[in-house]
Design a protein around this ligand. Structure first.
Ligand SMILES: [Zn+2]
Length: 415
């Protein structure tokens, strides 16, 4: 199957030149072309260049799309979500608007554990149905790859149910899904007095089961006061590594306790949150190859401090932007919205925000060899926006500007 996108008004390639990610000043170099064409065959990009120089041979069945109305960007890669869950928490949102903190609400039985209760009671079919609608909506907003974590089961059966639902969605839905095991999202209430037993359960029963059946590519831990200590996180992540699961970490969200250092030590694929990361921790990431994933929507939604993205970029660390879409701390999966918040509250530029939500998001999932930019040999995940130029996408916030979603070279239609 062939598809030619012709005469694209403005093409933002986010060219990587074969590198896994952009860091430092490279994040401002997006490889922008006017009046460009992209030629796709069997879902893979074959040619990119000025429209008037295209000389490829089109078969009689080839689709040709006049894109002179559109700005084209790579599909967004949302490298951190909790998109599979049951139950919503708008009541907590109301409590927070009256001044209660996330921790106070959690201490009163709200927070992650309220979603755990709802998710444990839901069937796999119900969870899939809920997630399926969210995945459709994500694609409509320009996201073509999404990471989804378990972590609302916190017992073997419910964690496996979540991961099986994610695996089935990955087979059935157009969006590319990457699964992460987050059995260490919180200590479940029944293990409150014997946390060591829960960590043993994660390490000795859940992780081997998940790895053997290939139900996740990554192992993640919520390394935070009241959740998992650095030592506990190290134990769980090392077990995951020994079974072939690369590390991710929720670190420095509310307190700086050394999670980022642990991520660097383990050469984690990504370290996520970083709202309270220290200058020393940032320096420590330099040689690790770890991507710093910032989650602007969480700080916005919880009224928390923002991660010092400017400092992290200036230190030469690759930064990705993700939504952290979840019912407690960010009930939005709009990456353009996250990018606007990154620009207004974290001093990132529109160019850096675009690189962070595409190529660097793919790098945080170890997928930037095939995803995250519009270059020859990469998968054809391309969004066409009806906007005057790419900066407008971040500037005109709160509206969805995506006009056409192309996934693996197929123009998708949404009801
Ligand atoms: Zn998260």
């Amino acid at each position: 199957m062939q598809l030619l996108l012709q005469n694209i008004k403005q093409l933002v390639t986010v060219e990587s030149h074969g590198k896994a990610y952009k860091s430092g000043g490279e994040m401002r170099g997006l490889g922008v072309m006017e009046h460009a064409s992209v030629f796709i065959e069997d879902g893979v990009i074959q040619w990119v260049g000025p429209s008037d120089t295209f000389a490829g041979s089109l078969g009689p069945e080839a689709d040709i799309l006049d894109a002179s109305m559109f700005v084209a960007l790579p599909g967004f890669v949302d490298a951190h979500t909790h998109a599979l869950f049951a139950g919503t928490r708008e009541n907590e949102f109301a409590l927070r608007s009256e001044g209660k903190t996330y921790q106070e609400i959690a201490a009163r039985g709200g927070g992650i554990l309220s979603t755990v209760t709802a998710t444990r009671s839901a069937t796999k079919k119900e969870l899939k149905k809920l997630a399926n609608r969210r995945l459709d909506a994500m694609m409509k907003h320009g996201t073509t790859t999404v990471e989804i974590k378990s972590g609302y089961g916190l017992e073997p059966d419910a964690e496996i149910k979540m991961l099986q639902a994610i695996a089935e969605l990955a087979q059935e839905h157009y969006i590319t899904i990457v699964a992460t095991f987050l059995g260490a999202h919180a200590i479940p209430p029944e293990y409150k007095e014997r946390r060591g037993d829960y960590i043993d359960l994660v390490c000795e029963r859940m992780l081997p089961y998940v790895a053997k059946r290939n139900l996740a590519q990554f192992c993640d831990v919520f390394c935070e006061v009241g959740y998992f200590s650095v030592e506990e996180s190290r134990q769980i992540l090392k077990k995951g590594l020994s079974l072939g699961l690369r590390s991710k970490l929720h670190a420095d969200e509310f307190n700086s306790i050394g999670g980022t250092q642990l991520a660097a030590e383990l050469h984690a694929a990504s370290v996520d949150h970083l709202e309270h990361v220290t200058d020393e921790d940032i320096r420590g990431l330099k040689e690790s190859g770890t991507v710093a994933v910032v989650l602007p929507g969480v700080s916005f939604f919880l009224r928390n401090p923002y991660a010092p993205a400017r400092k992290i970029i200036d230190a030469g660390i690759p930064v990705a932007i993700a939504s952290d879409f979840n019912p407690g701390s960010c009930m939005s999966f709009s990456l353009p919205l996250m990018m606007t918040i990154a620009c207004t509250q974290m001093s990132m530029t529109p160019e850096e925000a675009i690189a962070a939500a595409t190529l660097n998001g793919a790098a945080a999932l170890g997928l930037s060899d095939t995803l995250g930019s519009i270059e020859v040999g990469k998968q054809a995940d391309i969004i066409l926006y009806e906007i005057p130029n790419y900066r407008y996408l971040v500037y005109h916030f709160g509206s969805n500007h995506a006009a056409k979603v192309i996934k693996k070279g197929i123009i998708l239609e949404f009801p």
